[in-house]
Design a protein around this ligand. Sequence first.
Ligand code: NAD
Length: 364
Amino acid sequence: MANYTIAVLPGDGIGPEVIKQAVETLKVVSQQSGHDFTLNYGLIGGAAIEAEGVALSEFTLDVCRKSNAVLLGSVGDPRYDKPENNVRPEDGLLAIRKHLGLFANIRPVKVYDELVNNTRFKPEAIRSADFVFVRELTGGVYFGKPKRRWQTTRGRRAIDSMVYSEQEIQRIVRVGFELARKRKGRLISVDKANVLMSSRLWRQVAEETAVDYPDVALEHLLVDACAMKLILDPGYFDVVVTENMFGDILTDEASVLAGSLGMLPSASLAGVPDNSKTTFGLYEPVHGSAPTIAGKDIANPIAALLTLAMMLRHSLQLEKEASSIEKAVQAVLSKGYRTSDIMDGGCDEIGTSRMGELVRSELV
Ligand code: NAD
């Protein structure tokens, strides 16, 4: 039986409530599996500004660096939204991603049959959609140089640069191949190779990397075609890998398929997952701090519970425990229990802590 160290950063708003449910669930996983989880807490976001004067302190970073993985709630506090504030809670999020070298953002999107009527889509169009996006997080046009704005005699000009190195492409594409290998053996790489030089390099490196994964079928899709197909035929996708900005846009598009932000987990990894050892990563629900519903015991904790499952799977290689949580979530939904964001006629509406308890009662 192994011992893992987890950094827990509950953050702001509904973050502490949903992370509490994840932590209680981890305790049950520990009892059932015999694995030990040492939890070290830190502050981030508005909570850190209030107590430490900064959105991310050296202390919190140190707690994270000494851990196998980081479990984060959400960041954002309207008290610090005023333009005159120099420090904002969201600064903590950007800083932690940068300091921990998290280059691979993983966002699964699953449309549960039970929630198929909760979205704006026709049920038959989205039924059974279940795919994973792998987005490059530290390169591309958001970080490329030159990046500047200047005045010319004919008006203002600005430039951003989409830059990728072979190494950056290869490591993110490998994350995609590794995930595809554990799922259906299909990887779709999304680019704009008909127009962009960086995309042509991306496509070439993806092809070269594919040689190491003969068990995975690689397909290329242009980003514009991908945007359409995600809405028209989401069941087509399994694992998708793409660069930073394309992934930013496509993952938000994909997230609406699931019906509520309260259902969506995410991970950001600092390495390619490897079955033989732990891979450092930061795990957080996709949703923000939802200040208007904070403290009312109505937030949906399922995103946080599925985030915990991702941590067990991708950082700690505990696949059995991860899928046990996912099956427990499915079982609770099948029995008709819903938080208010996913409520449907004829179901039982329950709060945050009750949803957590019910999921734990289904763990085997
Ligand atoms: P949000 O995700 O907090 O909320 C959007 C909507 O979804 C709201 O109606 C909210 O009530 C609902 N919602 C979100 N999570 C839910 C849950 N678990 N259960 C039920 N309903 C849920 O986004 P926002 O309102 O744009 O932002 C609020 C704050 O969060 C801002 O300060 C923003 O900067 C921050 N934010 C942080 C993150 C993050 O921590 N990764 C992400 C997005 C926004």
